[in-house]
Structure formats: structure tokens, C-alpha cells
Unconditional design. Structure first.
Length: 227
């Protein structure tokens, strides 16, 4: 899947079947290149946090800056209700597409195993975290530390060289714009797995920049980009 990613990056892969211990998160002093990340994205029935439901989730694992193509997760989820037409225009998931999918309760354990012990990474990740916590049944059931690449991008910009268009750049923080700022091509926007891979590539570019700016461990990272 996504051969264009593999060809461009020469990414490493490994099996994802080994169980991981999620009893304790990584220590705050753990260096960025020593952390396991799960970069993920979701598609929803709507953006109304009061009533929305999960439609799909895509994720890819990283060890430091290495993207593990062999460790990916993608599921379409049956929300138990019809999909509004306005949201279908965005993510192309129709009611008939999700009708035969599993409910989240059948996906939950596989997802827990995949993210166990990892730092979660996403773009505007608070939206994704909120829906996962809703589906999991509460914030206490999602204890992983989380990083928002949008917040990290804005921090990097604000600490860098001043330019007359800085204010505009600080406002233009959608995933496609940020990816292009790092010279990355955008493919299949609003597909959860494809957006997760794109976010992983953005995060791959950001980590060396953070290193040069003195952000070298999880504690400092969470202070500037935690969600």
C-alpha cells in the first residue's frame, strides 16, 4: 500500500503482531529519537462534538524518525447511524460503505494493542482525541501522551526568522499547507490512512528541526506541542 511513500523514503518495516505493554507511558526525559510514535487520523460523521461518531481511523507507527510501513492500522467503522451527505462530500464514506463494517466495539482491542506505549501524533489532533475518548468511554481510557503537529509547526515558525508574511503563515496551518511547506506532495486528502502517512512524513521532517532548536526530549516536546 502506498508504494509512492516507500519509493520516496526507503522506509523500514517490521511486523506489528507483538503485544506491547501499555501499563506505563514513556518517561519525560526520553529523547525524541528513542520514542515510539503512532501517527493517526480519523474521519467522522460530522464536526459536532455533541453528536458525531467515528467512521474510520488510520495510523502508522514510527520509531524515532523511521516510519514503519509494516506497522499500519486502518479500519472503517459502522457508526450505527446514517452518514450525513455534507460529510460524504469530504471523506467519500457513504452509509452503504460503512454499513457492512464492524462497530467500534469490535475494533477497540486491536486499536489499544496498536497504540500501547506510544506517543500519539496528529494534525489538529484534539479533534481525533476527542472522538477516540468518546468511543472508548472517557478520557481515562486513553492515557497516551499526544502531540499536535499543528502546534509544533506554529512554535517552529514563531521561534524562527521573522518575515513579513509570518502572521499569515501562522494562520495557514491545515495539513496540506504544512506538508507543502516541507516540500511534501499531498495525495488523497481526507482518507484517514493517507492523511496519517502524510502527517508522519511531516513529523519526520520536524524532529531534526526541533533537535537544532533544543527540543530533544518528550517533556520539552509536550510543553510546546502537547495536546
Amino acid at each position: 500500500m502506498l508504494d509512492w511513500v516507500k519509493e520516496r523514503l526507503g522506509l523500514q518495516s517490521r511486523g506489528a503482531s507483538a503485544a506491547r505493554d501499555n501499563t506505563a507511558g514513556p518517561a519525560k526525559q526520553t529523547t525524541l529519537d528513542s520514542l515510539r510514535y503512532v501517527v493517526f487520523d480519523t474521519e467522522l460523521t460530522s464536526l459536532d462534538a455533541r453528536s458525531n461518531r467515528l467512521l474510520s481511523i488510520g495510523a502508522v507507527a514510527m520509531d524515532g524518525t523511521r516510519i514503519r510501513l509494516g506497522e499500519q492500522f486502518y479500519r472503517v467503522v459502522n457508526p450505527g447511524e446514517s452518514v450525513p451527505g455534507a460529510s460524504v462530500l469530504i471523506h467519500q464514506l457513504r452509509s452503504e460503505d460503512v454499513g457492512a463494517a464492524e462497530p467500534f466495539a469490535k475494533v477497540r482491542d486491536d486499536l489499544r494493542q496498536f497504540i500501547a506505549g506510544a506517543v500519539l501524533v496528529g494534525h489538529f489532533v484534539k479533534i481525533d482525541l476527542k472522538i477516540l475518548r468518546k468511543e472508548l468511554g472517557g478520557a481515562s481510557r486513553l492515557a497516551n501522551p499526544a502531540v499536535d503537529t499543528m502546534r509544533v509547526y506554529r512554535w517552529i515558525l514563531s521561534k524562527g526568522r521573522y518575515s513579513e508574511d509570518l502572521a499569515a503563515k501562522l494562520e495557514q496551518t491545515d495539513l496540506g499547507t504544512v506538508a507543502k511547506a516541507y516540500g511534501l506532495e499531498v495525495h488523497d486528502a481526507h482518507h484517514a490512512l493517507h492523511d496519517a502517512f502524510l502527517t508522519a512524513r511531516v513529523w519526520q521532517q520536524m524532529m531534526p528541526v526541533l533537535e537544532t532548536m533544543g527540543v530533544r526530549n518528550l517533556g520539552k516536546l509536550l510543553r510546546i506541542g502537547g495536546a
